[in-house]
Write a protein that binds this ligand. Structure first.
Ligand SMILES: Cc1ncc(COP(=O)(O)O)c(C=O)c1O
Length: 305
């Protein structure tokens, strides 16, 4: 918080105690508060960040306390924000949260901005023709809610949104190598170097990523599919990219391509099990390649010692 105050970076306080702390550090200052609009959404309970069961934001019932703390430290609330969760393909909960936030916003004078957060999903089931998030429909339903607020409020603060996944998820794939295959008690396993340290979403959230098996110089037919578990090289039974998924027969040396890994991929990647993190390669629009992050080495893993 002090770092942000020193650099005049707008800070959003997520609780009354944070707002109190902000007031102590920067009396007379200007900040935002994060509101919990009472509605949440997301692909897994671990990424739902609005509603009664989550740690995020200040509840509507505590709004009066915000004003008391502002009086005590002479603070100005420049904006309010929310983020109800991540990955929804249908906008109703988001629109409900927008309506709630705007109702609450009317209690604040002279807001400079109102930030509705992110969370718009992308189709992870592309191989099954899943449709994209319908932005046109979303816009059609969002605009009247905002227009009606502006008419009541008498002015239009800056309205913000914070899409993360929607912008980057589809921009990246992970390429790994098949190192072994085996059958254990009737279950087929394809052993790869794409462990849960490289992509944690499937083991952390049971997330689905489409997977393709590639063989250099020889296309792999998707006509004959059999259930397979694609696993990584980490010492956990949960180290699986997919469970009993119909996939083409993979052979040692094949490449495994995990789709839509641009969001919550590398940023959640770790060196768990002393596995160095992989390289990242940018594929430019003319098809040329650029190494944008080097593959980690064992020396890198030891460098903070
Ligand atoms: C406050 C806030 N805004 C925006 C985002 C982006 O969410 P998404 O990637 O689902 O759009 C997050 C993600 O955690 C967040 O915490």
């Amino acid at each position: 918080m002090q770092y942000a105050i020193d650099r005049n970076i707008m800070t959003s306080c997520d609780s009354l105690s944070q707002l109190e702390q902000y007031g102590e550090l920067n009396p007379g200052g200007k900040c935002a508060v994060r509101i919990n609009p009472g509605v949440g959404a997301g692909h897994h309970e671990k990424v739902v960040t609005g509603g009664k069961k989550t740690k995020f934001g200040i509840s509507e019932s505590d709004i009066d306390e915000i004003f008391k703390i502002c009086d005590k430290y002479n603070l100005t609330i420049a904006g309010i924000n929310q983020h109800i969760g991540s990955l929804f393909m249908e906008p109703t909960p988001y629109l409900d949260a927008v309506a709630n936030l705007l109702r609450i916003a009317k209690r604040f004078d002279n807001l400079e901005f109102i930030d509705f957060g992110g969370g718009y999903g992308i189709p992870y089931h592309k191989l099954d023709d899943e449709k994209e998030y319908d932005m046109a429909d979303f816009k059609k339903r969002l605009e009247p809610i905002i227009d009606s607020f502006v008419a009541d409020y008498g002015k239009a603060p800056l309205f913000k949104s914070e899409p993360g996944r929607y912008c980057v998820a589809e921009g990246s794939v992970i390429l790994g190598r098949v190192h072994a295959t085996k059958d254990n008690s009737g279950h087929h396993f394809i052993g790869t170097d794409v462990g849960m340290n490289v992509l944690v979403r499937p083991s952390m959230y049971d997330s689905w990523h489409d997977i393709e098996i590639l063989r250099v110089g020889k296309p792999v037919s998707r006509k004959e599919l059999a259930p397979a578990n694609v696993c990584g090289n980490i010492c956990e039974s949960g180290d699986l990219l997919c469970k009993d998924r119909p996939l083409p027969k993979a052979e040692k040396g094949d490449l495994v391509c995990v789709l839509d890994t641009g969001a919550y991929g590398y940023s959640m990647c770790s060196t768990y099990n002393s596995r160095p993190r992989p390289a990242e390669v940018l594929v430019k629009s003319d098809g040329s390649l650029q190494l944008i992050r080097k593959r980690e080495t064992y020396e890198d893993l030891l460098k903070l010692m």
